[in-house]
Design a protein around this ligand. Sequence first.
Ligand code: UT7
Length: 324
Amino acid sequence: MTTLRLNQGPAATRVLGVGSYQPERIVTNDELSEVMDTNDQWIRDRVGIVERRFAEKDELLVDMAVAAGINALADAGVEPSEVDTVIVPNCTMPSPIPNAAAQVADRIGIKAAGAFDLNAACAGFCYGLGVASDLIRSGSAGKVLVIGAEKLTDVVDPGDRSTAIIFADGAGAAVVGPSDEPGIGPVAWGSAGDLVETIHMREHRFLFQEGQAVFRWATTQIAPIAFKALELAGVQPSEVDVLIPHQANLRIVEAIAKKLRAGGARADMIVADDIKFSGNTSSASIPMALDHMRKAGTVNSGDVVLMVGFGAGLSYAGQVVICP
Ligand code: UT7
């Protein structure tokens, strides 16, 4: 009988560096209220967004992913030649073929990379990070570039006030590699396919969401996933320095933080509020928030970061990460 040889990788992984990219064009709430029935106060109060970034017509998801990926590699001090796998979590490529990842790898100069897109919508980055970490631990990959990238303005009806005020464009990336000490905890993930109809693009080419239904689900079902990620990593809620939920709506972010604090997280735990100036960028929101917080000095190397993503599918995933 033939016995197959199996790969074996390092026991632990960590995030080696992060980076992000946002388009130049800033869009204020007042600008949106010129084209739809909304206003600055409503958006600030109900969603928490002050402004967001929209890509120009000729600036593509792949362009933004390349820029974020290059920034993350520079932050990690890793050369493109050291990376062998590129994962691009996204849900807004203009068509399923070709994927984004192979083009992104080629443009960054990562030769013959294993390259694939991953669609878990707004949970995509946490799914991608979990897959990257396990690919390395299994010996299938050496260093992996994970880039959450979205051009949501391509799929949002510019006149639909329930989506057009929320969603925005951008990319956020992390370089993942082997580590002596564990820097990425096990991923807690899952889905609620029975709620698939609450966010979809089926009947028309624009994104549709039942805002209130998703809001209710996120504010009740996501905190338990965050606790599960802590349990899997053997981390107490009181040890969490930074909470980065997907930046869907500031009220959802605050509801998750409140539940974590009720379950033992510290009052001084820092909670990401990047949505204020970035909007909801789906799979890009978590790495983008981490990058912005590191640059602002609100998050430091060695901090215990709890990430949790959630969105269409409905899909969710979270894990504990040690900040690079
Ligand atoms: O990232 C992927 C996952 N997605 C999410 O997590 C999104 C979750 N959902 C939400 O964030 C919120 O449900 C929305 C931001 C989409 C909507 O906020 P809401 O607080 O649930 O508003 P609502 O739909 O309950 O509407 C409340 C009121 C209504 O007016 P009346 O009937 O009370 O007079 C709406 O017509 O606000 C009105 N409204 C608006 N007013 C100004 C709804 N949208 C707007 C708007 N501007 N953009």
